[in-house]
Design a binder for this molecule. Sequence first.
Ligand code: GLP
Length: 250
Amino acid sequence: MQQPAINIYDTPEIASATLAGVMANLIRANNAENKPTVLGLATGSTPLALYRELIRLHEEGNLSFRKVVTFNLDEYIGLERGHPESYWTFMWDNLFSKIDILEANVNIPDGTLAPDDVEEYCETYERKILQAGGLDLQVLGIGRTGHIGFNEPGSVKDSPTRLVVLNEVTREDAAPTFGGSNNVPREAITMGCGTILRARKISLLAFGKKKAGIVRAAIHGEISDQVPASYLQKAPHTTFYLDREAASEL
Ligand code: GLP
């Protein structure tokens, strides 16, 4: 059976620049044929160097995002778009405001819906991805719990976009930026594992010693809902972009 590719780089910057190059080639090829490129995007500290490199390529002048359509993985429940810790704010501050993407082509789950409206909203989010032609490439980080997006332990392989309860480890990891764990939302909307696995290409970035254990579990551990990233073992269209520290337990 074909396996995911595991690429190990000397630094996070080199890994990120390599993935940025792959994404830029895809976007340029589609632009040349006047076709959209549909990207699934992630938040967290890990993709920051990737976004910096995409901005640099745009500023150099030969990478346009005008035909790019994006779908973000997730958003916290209860945060307005303008909240400093919302993923909406994160994406506009770290990428979208610095490139020529059209706001109408940006999709980030809405964390401010009334509870009764969430299910229908999630179904619409899935439908919008399909109507856009499906995800050409999904960028992922990995949480210490083995989550991809906010698919925490217990998430089944074909799970759809939905409301989830955040794991306490995930909330602890987010506590510093929220000024304490009490301020971290308890729920989120996330694209499902099924949604992610349907992307035509999946690129998971992981850097640093603190990710080494969970990277090992994801790549070599049992495939189990206790480590949702382990589902990628059966997704040969996945590439892991690791630095030496994250790969140190493989
Ligand atoms: C959050 C995001 C995930 C991300 C994870 C890792 O939980 N929802 O998509 O992969 O954090 O964060 P970091 O990249 O900061 O380690």
